[in-house]
Design a protein around this ligand. Structure first.
Ligand code: GAL
Ligand code: ZN
Length: 724
């Protein structure tokens, strides 16, 4: 399967914002695009002010000329509807379109994305513009894709204006039926929050302390719904006049918008990804976002809509990419299922807010090292035609659920937590161990996977539990990690033991939450910055006669877990089918931040690890921390703490041993990632050292050379071995 516009080589190009340049520069741009092997540009993302300079007067001839020129030069267009940045006349004539903060401040004009997603005027004008564009260009052979809006929600993911309040009320009544229905679900009988009429309900504006959690969760859902409504309004107009596929650019695991829902309206999934180059785990961020996009695309190809060739300008410190890293991370996206990479932006601005954001054509032009890398990657991609459309198969899945992330954010306690963080950390564990992972929703067919990880899915879903049970029966190893199954989809706490619908399968239930260790927190649970150091504690304790005698396990930094090492080692040895590198158990296992009192509800539960009699969980010492229950051909595991990275790796190896899952390629030097995509083996050297690889046979599409067992990869470089 290929992208709907079936390119023969991966797509390559960038955001093209030609309104910044004179005609001469545009001609030079097209020459340079050809030189760099560009075959797709995103046009018009910030062009509303040029497309409709006055309300109702459209000027599209300049765009027509440009699209023709690009097309004549073999460059396809991803045509943006330009609606991410409404023009000045809108703010002037219709100030009610400007978004309002929780504190009641209406934003001004002069930046971008300054629109209220509920504004009827904004919505109508945006849809009309999309319609104009679709009528004019919807059948142009050069326009292969529609780019609706841009990074929805990036700056404004909520608006607290009167219009949003009115729409929120309508949405609430539709969902809950009546004011009483809302009162019940939100639990407004507590704190005297009961509403008498619908008009009394407002968005969760600035408040003295915690907002009602039910209100917050519904607000998250409503905001997602409103912003999606903007996209759908434009999409409808486009569909009237054009049959070209539509997309909007996602931003990885962006927590404010439920991309799983959004993906249903996309013909092509595209993503923007800006990992921090000065973080050694950035290549993991690349993989995580890419794996998520592959999942959202449901196996169909996706592509990268934005990355930077080098530095961005919006961090406090903007590290540049190291030599080779731009191409390496681009190849990494392809390794994880992308059919191309586009960058923000083609020519680096010389004025405005993004002047110091790298581009494909930097300020120094062809003299720059960046330009050299841009051209080099272009020529590499032209050699990777065979990879286009190749499928990627994973045996392991991690469940990611936006509703649970929202529920976790909305609930006040029990912990300052993020389901997405947990999911990402487990993904990292697998990535570091060379395992390809799918990121799936709670509605996924789990029996396709030999291992499924459920990292803190707060909401208890009955159907998910049923699907999980069937998968386990058929052989899946399912690992459920706390905090999972604490609330219903309407945020009502489960009674009679947590884990709800999963209890029967896991064979355990959670009777008490325990722990709250200081762990990685920089502030204590009350939000007070932690200024104590061990040294200051010790000095103060010379004089603190009363408090120095009080033990506070909850302030410990970790929760050691007790395991029978020999038994665990033997289990692993017995089960490991091949000798993939084994993690030593010497450093011991550890939980952090959170622990629980776990009770057995089935007799046949094995305990792999218990909380130890020291550290943060001493009060639950001896109780299970990691359990396993064999069911049918598989097993259901439960982890009652937030494991640190080392512990996750050990647990993974146990799961892998039972599931007989191996890395795509074992025995690689440190820093080298291997990913299989169809018949192609991607080998990516993320390290600063030359990597020598043994046992590699086949043609390397990148260098054109033939590997006959031995392959040398320079620092920060990649190879794509054709194994057909
Ligand atoms: C994205 C945005 C682009 C550009 C880029 C810079 O958020 O879509 O227009 O601003 O960031 O990194
Ligand atoms: Zn609003």
């Amino acid at each position: 399967m290929t992208l709907p516009f079936a390119p023969k080589t991966p797509v390559y190009g960038g955001d093209y914002n030609p309104e910044q340049w004179d005609a001469g520069t545009v001609d030079e741009d097209i020459r340079l695009m050809r030189e760099a092997g560009v075959n797709l540009v995103s046009l018009g993302i910030f062009s509303w002010a040029r497309m409709e300079p006055e309300e109702g007067r459209y000027e599209l001839d300049w765009l027509a000329e440009l699209i023709d020129k690009l097309y004549a030069n073999g460059i396809m267009v991803d045509l943006a509807t330009g609606t991410a940045s409404p023009p000045a006349w809108m703010a002037e004539k219709h100030p009610e379109t400007l978004p309002v903060t929780a504190e009641g401040i209406r934003f001004g004009f002069g930046s971008r994305q300054q629109y209220c997603p509920s504004s009827p005027l904004y919505r109508r004008k945006a849809a009309e513009l999309a319609g104009e564009l679709a009528q004019r260009f919807g059948a142009h052979p050069g326009v292969v894709l529609w780019h609706i809006g841009n990074e929805y929600g990036c700056h404004i993911h909520e608006c607290f204006c009167e219009e949003c309040a009115a729409q929120f009320r309508i949405w609430l009544l539709e969902k809950h039926g009546s004011v009483d229905g809302i009162n019940k679900v939100w639990g407004t009988d507590f704190w005297s929050q009961r509403y008498g009429t619908i008009d009394q309900i407002t968005p969760p504006r600035a408040m003295p302390t915690f907002s009602n959690p039910g209100q917050m969760l519904d607000w998250r859902r409503f905001c997602n719904h409103q912003i999606l409504g903007c996209l759908l309004g434009e999409r409808e107009q486009i569909r009237k006049y054009s049959d070209r596929p539509v997309t909007t650019n996602f931003m990885g695991a962006f927590r404010w918008l439920d991309y799983r829902e959004w993906a249903r309206y996309m013909d092509v999934i595209t993503d923007d990804s800006y990992p921090e180059p000065s973080d050694p785990a950035s290549a993991c961020e690349v993989a995580w976002q890419a794996d998520l996009m592959r999942g959202l695309a449901g196996g169909k190809p996706w592509f990268l809509m934005e990355q930077t060739t080098s530095e961005v300008q919006w961090r406090t410190r903007n590290a540049s990419k190291r030599p080779g890293q731009y191409a390496l991370w681009s190849l990494e996206r392809l390794a994880h299922g992308a059919d191309g990479v586009l960058q923000f932006q083609w020519r680096q601005s010389i004025r405005g807010s993004e002047t110091f954001h790298a581009g494909m054509v930097p300020h120094a032009g062809k003299k720059s090292a960046t330009w050299h890398e841009v051209v080099e990657l272009g020529s590499t991609l032209q050699k990777l035609g065979p990879v286009v459309g190749a499928p990627q198969e994973a045996n392991v899945a991690i469940v990611l659920d936006w509703e649970s992330e929202w529920a976790t954010m909305s609930a006040v306690g029990p912990q300052d937590w993020s389901h997405f963080r947990l999911a990402r950390e487990w993904h990292r564990t697998l990535w570091e161990q060379g395992i390809t992972t799918d990121i799936v929703g709670t509605d996924a067919d789990l029996s396709r996977y030999t291992v499924v990880i459920v990292p803190g899915v707060l909401i208890d879903y009955r159907e998910f539990a049923q699907r999980a049970s069937r998968a386990v029966e058929r052989g899946t190893q399912l690992l459920v990690v706390t905090p999972t199954g604490l609330v219903t989809p309407e945020l009502e706490a489960l009674q009679g033991g947590y884990l709800g619908s999963l209890q029967a399968l896991l064979g355990v239930s959670v009777t008490d939450l325990y722990g709250l260790t200081a762990g990685v927190y920089e502030h204590d649970p009350m939000g007070v910055p932690r200024v104590h150091t061990e040294e200051s504690d010790a000095r103060d304790n010379l004089v603190n006669r009363l408090s120095r005698a009080v033990e506070v396990p909850g302030a410990a930094h970790s929760m050691p877990l007790a395991i029978d090492r020999d038994e665990l080692e033997r289990a692993r040895d017995r089960l490991m089918a091949v000798d993939s590198p084994k993690v030593s158990l010497r450093p011991g296992l550890r939980g952090q931040l959170w622990g629980e009192r776990v009770a057995m509800v089935q007799p046949d539960v094995e305990v792999f690890a218990t909380f130890a009699a020291s550290g943060g969980a001493i009060d639950v010492a001896g109780l299970p921390a990691l359990t396993r229950r064999a069911v049918g051909a598989g097993a259901a595991w439960y982890l009652a703490t937030d494991a640190d990275g080392f512990t996750r790796a050990v647990i993974w190896q146990l799961l892998a041993a039972y599931a007989r899952v191996h890395p795509a390629f074992a025995g690689l030097p440190d820093g080298v990632e291997a990913q299989e995509r169809g018949d192609f083996l991607f080998l990516l050297n993320h390290s600063d050292r030359v990597a020598e690889l043994a046992g590699i046979m086949g043609k390397d599409l990148v260098s054109g050379g033939e590997a006959t067992g031995h392959l040398v990869l320079p620092p920060r470089s990649g190879a794509v071995i054709d194994r057909r």
